[in-house]
Design a protein around this ligand. Structure first.
Ligand code: NAD
Length: 429
């Protein structure tokens, strides 16, 4: 099939590479000319494990352009993968989607199945359909499908190939699009969940809100564990064995972040309020998340009543391991809060960088060793594997102080303490 993917971000690039691997001819379009230039020079503008290899492997079936003009006419399927960030009031900013509709409307000359992968609030796909009609596109020339994406950054390629489901939201009376989607995804062995446009949109928000709820729930449990000297990791392990609960997403820590959970929970809250539904749980989830960093800062203040002349190493900037994405990263927020104290902060992340402007007392280092040398305290802010597997005797030698502050509950306390280091966490007993 001939497919256009609009948006060459984490979702768009992964979608384009996977569809090319499945045997389709794919054109990936992004209005960011610099991104397109990089892609045409065989450089991948984001860090996503395995993505570059996949793009290189499928180069003959993948083209990258900054304009819809060249390829849209040939495409029978168009994937919309542009960003849907938060507006100031927390609702979803649909301006990127709006500009895509505008660009598409004047170029639809033959039948296209338009597939929205971007996360959009209930009602948006119906609105896209009506917008295209209003702009003069004949209903004979297109249909619209909601196909929300559930990949995780850091394992995006794997997640798309081994999806646990393919959600397809269809307009009532659309008897054509399901077969098109099934043809697109031939080769991916996943169950289909077929629903309405609104149903598919809602499923994506419910999934992200539920995962965020699990995280905030465990963070609240960790606060209570702290008061009773209980290890929240033991609690998570115990309750996770109950199949009704399951073992995933039970790790207490700095809170959720990234480009999806914060904006999607907020957006769902706004959606509920717009229908006069009080979203009690969604609001509590966000309150716990927003105050989680304070809990860790307070703990640090009890360890170091005076921050003057302290040198603190913070390992991790990305919002989670295996990505360079720092959007709404709790690690970055933690570093910026910490920088308000009179101390020196050395940071290191294998892939992510802090965006400018940097506070004067924050220095980005290019290795773990240079970040932790002479540090009074080492803080693990993102649970990259290389931080979990540090050479602790070497860490002990390099540091001036002895405190390892694990804000991700990802370290083995016994292993660390046998080398004269002091392990500190929240809710770790
Ligand atoms: P991103 O910001 O990484 O990429 C979006 C891209 O769209 C950018 O490169 C931007 O330049 C491009 N763009 C914007 N307007 C355009 C236009 N008119 N024409 C062409 N290109 C345009 O975003 P992302 O993280 O890939 O997310 C995309 C969507 O997928 C969002 O709705 C997000 O909520 C959803 N989603 C993201 C993830 C994730 O893990 N990142 C997972 C599932 C769903």
């Amino acid at each position: 099939m001939n497919i256009c993917v609009i948006g060459a971000g984490y979702v768009g690039l992964t979608t384009a590479a996977v569809l090319a691997e499945l045997g389709h001819e794919v054109n990936c379009i992004d209005k960011d000319k610099q991104k397109i230039e990089m892609l045409n020079n065989s450089e991948v503008p984001i860090y996503e494990p395995g993505l570059k290899e996949f793009i290189d492997k499928n180069y003959n079936h993948l083209t990258f352009t900054d304009s819809l003009d060249d390829y849209i006419k040939r495409a029978s399927v168009v994937f919309i993968c542009v960003g849907t960030p938060s507006s100031e009031d927390g609702s979803t900013d649909l301006s990127y989607i709006d500009s895509v509709i505008d660009e598409l409307s004047s170029r639809i000359n033959s039948y296209k199945t338009i597939v929205t992968k971007s996360t959009v609030p209930p009602g948006t796909n119906e609105w896209i359909y009506n917008q295209l009609l209003e702009k003069g596109v004949s209903p004979e020339l297109f249909n619209i499908v909601s196909n929300p994406e559930f990949l995780r950054e850091g394992s995006a390629i794997h997640d798309m190939f081994h999806a646990d489901k393919i959600v397809v939201g269809l307009r009532s009376g659309d008897h054509r699009s399901l077969a098109v989607i099934q043809e697109v995804y031939t080769g991916i062995n996943a169950p289909y969940v077929i629903t309405s446009l609104n149903g598919a949109e809602m499923m994506k928000y419910a999934a992200n809100a539920f995962l965020a709820t699990k995280i905030s729930f465990m963070n609240e449990i960790a606060r209570i564990c702290e008061a009773f000297q209980v290890d929240v990791n033991d609690v998570a392990k115990g309750i996770g064995l109950d199949p009704r609960i399951g073992p995933h997403f039970l790790q207490a820590g700095l809170g959720y972040g990234g480009s999806c959970f914060p904006k999607d929970v907020k957006s769902l809250e706004r959606t509920a309020l717009s229908k006069n539904i009080q979203p009690h749980i969604l609001q509590a989830v966000q309150t716990v998340n927003e105050t989680q960093i304070d809990i860790y800062l307070e703990k640090l203040k009890t360890l170091f009543p005076d921050f003057t002349h302290l040198k603190i190493a913070v390992l991790g900037i990305a919002f989670k391991p295996n990505t360079d994405d720092t959007r709404y990263s709790p690690a970055e927020r933690f570093i910026r809060c910490l920088s308000q104290f009179d101390c020196e902060i050395h940071t290191y992340d294998p892939q992510a960088k802090l965006q400018n402007p940097l506070p004067a007392n924050v220095i980005q280092k290019d290795s773990i060793t240079s970040a932790i040398r002479d540090a009074d305290c080492v803080i693990i802010a993102t649970d990259w594997n290389e931080f979990k597997q540090l050479d602790w005797p070497e860490v002990r030698q390099l540091m001036k102080g002895t405190i390892i502050f694990d804000t991700r509950n990802c370290l083995d306390r016994n292993k660390i303490e046998q080398y004269g280091l002091h392990y500190v966490g929240v809710g770790r007993g």
